[in-house]
Design a protein around this ligand. Structure first.
Ligand SMILES: [Cu+2]
Length: 562
């Protein structure tokens, strides 16, 4: 087996470090990027097609910044689709204008137009990512964001010899936008993907893919930092490297207590940094990514592979196979998530809200609404508290900032309309959801606890929930129904993991807490694109605070018009 797609990773890394060193002299720099949205022909799995890209790259370029930097990314749209880009996990303090979700914080950038995302990176360091936030375009419009620690601040773990971004994705042989459109016409889930990818390449287990195999060269005895991003649309993924344990040191750009593991789980939207020691017999070892799914729903269960290659080992050596947990290994996932803890050191404390001003309880459900033109006369939808969110025609942030009436109502309920046995027998009757552009208003600086409860409406399923504008602490989780009188006693209020996207377990619940200190309109949604499209989303309107530095900034002059 030969691998032509070998990475020139050490050379590129050296160039990069030289590049970063140029900025070392000044404390806070301004980093500028030009993102040209371009259609490009690529081929994978013996199929050629046109895909939407940034600068012709798939995955797109990595954005390298340092904590404290100002970042200007000018996006010029040359594609036939409207575009917006989300900087996933960056908090965008007072600056929702740069957050990116279409019709939530901006109208999309139309063909031929440009918009400059202008933001500061403060109080965060680690791996995040960027992606299109409109239609299903993030299938190919995505890339990593690396936030280096502030100058003179080392990692709270041994300095790695080199680092590498690993972007996991999903590939369809057909045009993804056509697939999405067709699913909406039928009122059914669209076709699942044809492959998973590692840095845009499915690996040699797929047809025509030997040349589409990512390889990373390592030197014996050295330690490497892998910055792993799950950019897949719909699949939570296990990731492992044959023969090599990984030490988890960070998730979603927050340091964790280090722990060793043979596999990690990373849901769409999440990132995980691991240290890997090249401490095995020099050879070639497969990296592998495959979905986790413990619900009775169809999934693309194919395994993407890449190669960890010790320097000097010829490509003719067969790589060792990686062991991944079984696709339905719920026990592994629950135990893995238990191990994720905030570092909670004096330098990087976990400031968990101990008192709660506002208690929210949202049920996650599937639904079925009438659709005369759909194949079964019904359309599958999804809902929070039985509300399927309807996208507005103008940005919610503009409507809020300028006081435009009639765009949304601020009456999203704090609890479901009727309590029921959420995770009992499957409920297949009365699945109609109500529809609306309803948001929840949150007082500035209040502490919020949100319990996300999965339900057995049609079926239970795991959902990775993402909140824009904030990190949150995952203070509790469990299987079955949440018991408000009993479960909070078991919360972890000391070192819970802090992140921006969390998996709500299949037929279970997750409790998160955050302090609403960032005024603006902040989207919250399932990061499975399928479910988001079905309405599994809502937004928080966090009010301005009393101070001059506690209000939403004025919109930039080039904010795209609707
Ligand atoms: Cu979901």
């Amino acid at each position: 087996m030969s691998v032509h797609g070998k990475s020139s990773f050490p050379r590129i890394t050296l160039l990069l470090f030289g590049f970063l060193a140029c900025f070392a002299a000044s404390e806070a720099a301004t980093k500028k990027y030009q993102f040209d949205i371009q259609v490009k022909n690529v081929s994978r799995l013996c199929h050629a097609k046109a895909i939407v890209t940034v600068n012709g790259m798939y995955p797109g370029p990595t954005v390298y910044v340092r904590e404290g930097d100002r970042v200007l990314i000018n996006v010029t749209n040359h594609a036939q689709y409207n575009m917006s880009i989300h900087w996933h996990g960056l908090k965008q303090y007072r600056n929702g204008w740069a957050d990116g979700p279409a019709y939530i914080t901006q109208c999309p950038i139309q063909t031929g137009n440009s918009y400059t995302y202008d933001f500061n990176v403060t109080g965060q360091r680690g791996t995040l990512w960027w992606h299109a936030h409109i239609l299903w375009l993030r299938a190919t419009v995505h890339g990593a964001i690396v936030v280096m620690p502030a100058q003179g601040t080392p990692f709270p773990f041994p300095q790695p010899y080199r680092e590498q971004t690993i972007v996991l994705g999903e590939w369809w042989n057909a045009d993804v936008e056509e697939i999405e459109k067709r699913g909406n016409q039928l009122g059914l889930p669209p076709n699942m993907s044809d492959a998973h990818t590692i840095n845009g390449k499915p690996g040699p287990l797929f047809p025509c893919s030997e040349k589409h195999t990512f390889a990373m060269e390592v030197e014996p005895g050295k330690t490497y930092l892998l910055r792993i991003v799950n950019a897949a649309l719909n699949d939570e993924l296990f990731f492992a490297i044959a023969g090599h344990n990984m030490t988890v040191v960070e998730v979603d750009a927050v340091y964790t207590k280090p722990f060793a593991t043979e596999s990690i789980l990373v849901a769409p939207g999440q990132t995980t940094n691991v240290l890997v020691q090249a401490n095995r017999v020099p050879g070639r070892y497969f990296m592998a990514a495959r979905p986790f799914i413990d619900a009775p729903v169809p999934v693309d269960n194919k395994t993407a592979t890449a190669i960890l290659q010790y320097i000097g080992i010829p490509n003719t050596v067969m790589p060792a196979l990686a062991q991944l947990p079984a696709p339905n290994d719920t026990a592994f996932v629950l135990s893995y998530n238990q191990k994720l803890r905030s570092l909670n050191s004096p330098q990087f404390p976990a400031n968990v809200p101990l008192n709660v001003d506002r208690n929210l309880f949202y049920t996650i459900g599937l639904g079925m609404n009438p659709c005369p033109t759909c194949v079964n006369g019904t359309r599958v939808l999804a809902s929070l508290n039985n509300i399927s969110f309807v996208m507005p025609q103008v940005g919610l942030l503009q409507a809020h900032y300028f006081g435009t009436k009639g765009v949304f109502t601020a009456d999203f309920p704090d609890k479901p309309p009727t309590p029921f046995n959420y995770t009992g027998a499957p409920l297949t009757a009365n699945l109609k959801t109500s529809q609306g552009t309803r948001v929840s208003k949150i007082a500035f600086n209040s502490t919020v606890e949100l319990v996300l409860q999965d339900t057995n409406l049609l079926t239970v399923e795991s959902h990775p929930f993402h909140l824009h504008g904030y990190n949150f602490f995952v203070v509790g989780t469990g299987v079955g129904n949440f018991h408000p009188a009993k479960d909070p006693a078991n919360y972890n209020l000391v070192d819970p993991v802090e992140r921006n996207t969390v998996g709500v377990p299949t037929g279970g619940w997750t409790a998160i807490r955050f302090r609403a200190d960032n005024p603006g309109v902040w989207f919250m949604h399932c990061h499975l694109e399928l479910h988001t499209g079905w309405g599994l989303k809502m937004a928080f309107v966090v009010e301005d605070g009393p101070g001059p530095d506690q209000t939403i900034l004025p919109p930039p002059a080039d904010l795209p018009p609707c």
